[in-house]
Every structure is written in C-alpha cells, then in structure tokens.
Design a protein around this ligand. Sequence first.
Ligand code: AMP
Ligand code: MG
Length: 402
Amino acid sequence: MNRFLNVVGVADAVRESVKIAPATETETVPVEQSAGRALAAGIEADTDIPGFDRSVVDGYAVRSADTTGAGDALPALLPCVGRVAMGTSDRKLVVQDNECVYIPTGGVLPEGADAVVMVEYTDEAGDIILIKKPVSHGENVLLRDEDFKKGGIVLRPGRRLTPQDAGVLAACGCAMVTVAKKPVVGIISTGNELVPVTAIPGPGQVRDANASMLAAWLSEYGCIPRLYGIVKDEREAFEAIIFKALPECDVVLLSGGSSKDDRDITAGVIAGRGEVLVHGIAIAPGKPTIIGRIEGKPVFGLPGHPASAFVVLIAIVRPLLDRMLGLEKPLIRTVKANLEENIPSQRGREEYVRVRVENGKAIPQFGKSGLLNTLVSSDGLVCIPAGYEGLEKGREVEVILW
Ligand code: AMP
Ligand code: MG
C-alpha cells in the first residue's frame, strides 16, 4: 500500500514552504560586520563623492591648452607658482595661463587648472617645470560627484553586502547599517538509534550526522543554527524539545522519523500541536518530508538519511530561508556541465542526483540514500524534472552547487 497518498510535486512543496516564511526582520550592525548580510534599506550618498575636483596622480596642475604639442624634444616650460597641500583647499592658489602648481595625489585641483601632468613626464629646472607630454582636458582629474552624487542611490535594498560595499558605506558616512536579521534555525535530531558525535556507536547505533551537517550549512548560508541535541522517538520528549525550541527560533528542523511508519512520530506531533501542510514530496531522495507549522513557526520534518536530509534542505527549505534572508537574488550558485553518463529516473517525481563536476562534465555519484560517501564525492545536484524518464549522456545540465 502506498502510505503517501498526498505526495505533492516539488514546485508545490516549495510554494507551501515559502508561503509560511516568517517576515524578514531587520537589525543594525557595524559596517565592518556587514559583509554577507542583506541590505534592508537603500543607501544614498549624503554628500557628493568626491566632494571636490581632485588629482589622481602626483604631478602638476595645468591648463591643458598650455601643454599642446609638448614633448621630450620641445617641452612646455611652465613656472611653478605654488604647491597644493593635502586636506585643505586654498582658494588663493590659482593656475593662470602658462603656469603650473605642484599637486599630490588626492589634492584639490586649484582654480584655473583643468588637468594634471604626471610627475614622471616632467623635469625641474629651478622654478620652471618642463612638461614633456601633453594632457587633455580633465586628464588625471576625478571630478566632484563623479563617483556618487549627493542624494543619489549608492546601494539598493536586498543587496548582499560585500567587503567592498563596507568601504563604500564608510565613504557615505555610514558607521552602522540596517540589514536583514539572520534567521535562527533550530535543529532537533530524533531516533532511538542516534548517539552524539563524541560517542562510539554500539550495536545498532549511529552517530548524529545530520545536526552537524545542517548547522554547518545554515551558518554558511547566513542563518544562526541552534542545536537541541538528540531526542528519542517518544512523543512527550519530542514535544517538550520542540516547544523549548519554538520560542527561541524562527524555523525548526526535525530530522528523522518523518516517514509514515507507525514508529515515525514527527507528523503526529506536528499535526497534534499545529498543522501538517505537506507530508510526502515527489522528490528523490527525500520523499518522506513534512512541511508544517506550529504556533505560526515553520517546522520541517526531514528524512533521517543524511543525503536525503541535505537534498531536502537545499530543494525545499532553502527557498523559505531565501525569503527570510531578504536578499534580492537567492544565493544559489549553478554551473553548466555535460552529463558523463545516462541518468535514469522515474517519471512523475523530481529526482536530484548528486554529481561531481570536472572539466565541464557532470559525473553522477550514484548511491543509496543511506550512504554518506556521495556527499563527499559530489559538488552538487542535477535535477531531473518530473516529466522525464532520465537524462541522456552528453546532455547539458545545470548543476546546483552545494
Ligand atoms: P528515519 O528517517 O528516522 O526513518 O531514519 C532513516 C535512516 O536515517 C535511519 O537509518 C537512521 O538511523 C538514519 N538517521 C536518522 N537520523 C539521523 C541522523 N541525525 N544522523 C545520521 N543518520 C540518521
Ligand atoms: Mg528514525
């Protein structure tokens, strides 16, 4: 008998998952700690950047017309009438016709000048400077507001901030920046056979691999994982730990016990204290997955097999996290590759095959869902859509990188 009577397609499951995503919250963090975070509100320049016309080289500020035709053989001879000091603007320092002023990189272009000759193309003869290369209007000068104009948009909301952005934010006068809060994701492992990582498994026991795997991925993805340890397949203990986690987390992931066997208690617990929205997804591996909600918080029941749990995390949970992370584009990274072998699949369910990517080839890493080694040997997943009976060798596929 098929115990999964209401298996839903992946697209529908993702829709359900995203629908219950809690609203993105925001917090203000120091700019130095903003890299990787989603910008919550757009940033405008509070001043013109730069705030003045400035030289981008060490050299001589000139009127470009005075350098026309200058060369090694016939330099333009311009008396140097002053020096620009850094960090100030001297309104009295003016470059008249056939004059020049020494200017360091970043100095304020003096009035009258419209270009700067690099010091490398000059020689000194007392107070006279020999200009050996002509410059055009604006050469070696960064104009006021050329970078950003006061009031103009510098960074748009939803952007994943980079270290470079932190520099730009600092230039705009931002010491603190408002970003999306990191979702706190609780992780509970269930199974009478599970033992902690530090234990030596006895007969019939396995170490809890899922909690560490889920937590590591979540941290890397910009979430805060919260580990609640291992709980036995006993309703009361399971409920107690879920209800400890719920107020402390935005989302709770339960791994193990998500199937429809009598001993699988996850669905019963979620249904008893909240609602089960999906139980069974047409995805392989990962069919026995639950999407539910308790006290308004999303609660996922992930299959116990680590590879299955990981595929469901990537395919079903990630879209919900993307919504919460407040990013304008999801963090998903893909690469195109050609299949090295035929991949068979069953029509009617979306299958995810782990593949290694090497020199533009996607090499399937076939293995039973209970094996861990394909997680090590693979770089990502290839999706075979539900309407296909496999994909043939040589076909170009998009690999979703881990
Ligand atoms: P279940 O989904 O509870 O039926 O478990 C399916 C398989 O995954 C069983 O072989 C479990 O021992 C194994 N399993 C369940 N939870 C974990 C876990 N946290 N770490 C590693 N293996 C697990
Ligand atoms: Mg179990």
